[in-house]
Design a binder for this molecule. Sequence first.
Ligand code: NI
Length: 190
Amino acid sequence: MSLLDIHVLGAPILRQETNPVTVVTDDVRRLIADMFDTMYAARGIGLAAPQVGRTERVTVIDVGRDKAPPQPIALINPEIVLQEGSVRGEEGCLSIPEVYGDVDRAARVVVRALDGDGQPFEIEGTDLLARCLQHEIDHLHGKLFIDYLSILKRRAALAKWEEQKAKYPALIRTVVPVSVVAGRPDAEET
Ligand code: NI
């Protein structure tokens, strides 16, 4: 088990486009395994490669967090091929600890991706899974949930982050500060 450092807001890599994976190598599979370890340790429901300082177009998701059994989903080169409806819901992000905001997302999405064996598959998501898929795929294109907030709400979110960020080094170990885990028990961070 190997925990990776999570990059927080301000790290340039969070704003960079990722590179599609051309061959699913052992290195990519190791990255996926480490990302799952890191996501579970941080009590997140999704994690994208740029958040751990990597440029591969890879994300991991498990929205079944406290439910047994786990529902790990690894997506390589994911693409939204269908989206419909719109629903507003609260989002957080492991790269912007303690900041939350309401974001409008498609209510249902179908995503096409490669799995850890390089095999194509499609996954349909509604509710939290749909939101998480869209949030993580955004990460793979340098986009963060705060980008969707109104100017005023974004300004408030960034002000909150400015207050909080001294607590977080540019890289945080995924031994998560207690306040993040305990602060908002109902909020999901991806
Ligand atoms: Ni996120």
